[in-house]
Design a protein. Structure first.
Length: 369
């Protein structure tokens, strides 16, 4: 296994293939014996060791994988900062088809590779990797979280992810309608899988009317069994065509494009899906129509809050208390957006940047020996 460190002392961060990225470090790894090809990108360790998931995906090229890991790692730095975690941001990608290429040997090689970074990057699950994969990686390194309960981990993070979205939604509803709660509001939830079905429960228990849609009929059937009062839309297009107070995208990214921004009837957008905005101007278009957008990387931070807590000996109640703070941070974001005349996304970025900058000059975090 031959890790290759492509970072430099460039004042603006790592230089990758002649491009300044602002990252502290970008590291490539190839292990011929197992077939591992991976890239780890550490955007910042200003707040502590970088924390982020490992994505296992069949990228068409190494360049495409590099673009993805650079973007994702930067987003994790902002997410962790805004969540109040003492962690910087990083991300890793493994190039390949997880269904065909994943093996215990490959995951163990990846674990040894991470261990060689000395704790500057701690990984967890992402697209294509699961709790059981983290258990295998943990056989080679302690710098992994998101493990199974049987292996001393916290297990499924969907409960706290949904709880954080719910806290963000409560904050936005209070800000928009000066209301304490969601009673009487009509909430459309697109995607009722691992996270979305928990969000349905929170909303129903508050007395909201909930309309759901999902391409998986078994997911919809589960929600209907738990909550017979829930209405079902035939598709996302059908859901978006209805009069809603809140739209909660909880499935795939890219849920908010120009067409949705121009026609959406909801007053608030608050959902668990990652990367909801197709491009930054969508946030501007929503704001121009008076629609409050709750930045996805803020409200869906309950999951990373959970895996971060696992590093200290997991306590569900402690992690839940931290996730509850998403409510107050969401209020801070909305107040900052109004005070500074920017969108909620830009306000969230500014608050995250201020927290990172409060540590002074960027420092390189290393594990204590």
């Amino acid at each position: 296994m031959t890790p290759s460190d492509d970072s430099t002392s460039h004042p603006e961060g790592a230089v990758v293939f002649g491009r300044s990225t602002g990252h502290e470090q970008v590291v490539f790894c190839n292990d011929r014996a197992s077939g591992l090809r991976a890239i780890v990108a550490i955007y910042s360790t200003a707040l502590g060791p970088a924390l982020g998931g490992t994505r296992f995906f069949p990228y068409p090229s190494e360049a495409a994988a590099l673009d993805d890991v650079l973007d994702l790692s930067r987003a994790m730095a902002y997410k962790n900062a805004l969540a109040g975690l003492d962690h910087g941001g990083g991300k890793a990608v493994i190039i390949g088809d997880p269904a065909a290429d994943k093996s215990d040997d490959l995951l163990r090689a990846y674990g040894r590779f991470l261990h060689g970074l000395g704790g500057r990057y701690i990984t967890a699950c992402d697209v294509g990797t699961y709790v059981e994969d983290m258990d295998v990686i943990a056989e080679e390194t302690a710098f992994v979280t998101g493990r199974s309960e049987a292996s001393g981990g916290a297990g499924d993070s969907s409960v706290l992810t949904a709880f954080g979205v719910y806290q963000g939604l409560r904050a936005a509803a209070g800000y928009r309608w000066n209301a304490d709660g969601l009673a009487g509001r009509r909430i459309g939830i697109a995607g009722v899988g691992k996270v979305g079905h928990h969000l349905v429960t929170h909303c129903v228990e508050e007395g909201a009317t909930v309309v759901v849609t999902d391409i998986a009929t078994d997911a919809v059937d589960r929600v209907r069994r738990l909550h017979p009062v829930v209405e079902v839309a035939a598709s996302t297009a059908d859901l978006l065509d209805r009069d809603l107070d809140v739209y909660a995208p909880c499935a795939l990214g890219g849920a908010l494009d120009d067409a949705v921004a121009a026609t959406l009837r909801a007053a608030i957008v608050c959902g668990a899906a990652n990367n909801q905005l197709v491009h930054d101007d969508v946030d501007n278009a929503l704001q121009a129509r008076g629609i409050l957008y709750c930045p996805d990387y803020l409200v869906n931070a309950g999951g990373v809050i959970q895996v971060a807590d696992e590093l200290h000996g997991f306590s569900f109640q402690r992690a839940k208390a931290k996730a509850a703070r998403i409510h107050d941070v969401m209020l801070d974001v909305l107040r900052t957006a109004d005070a500074e005349g920017v969108t909620p996304s830009e306000a969230a970025d500014r608050l995250a940047e201020r927290r990172m900058a409060a540590k002074g000059d960027r420092r390189i975090w290393v594990a204590a020996r």
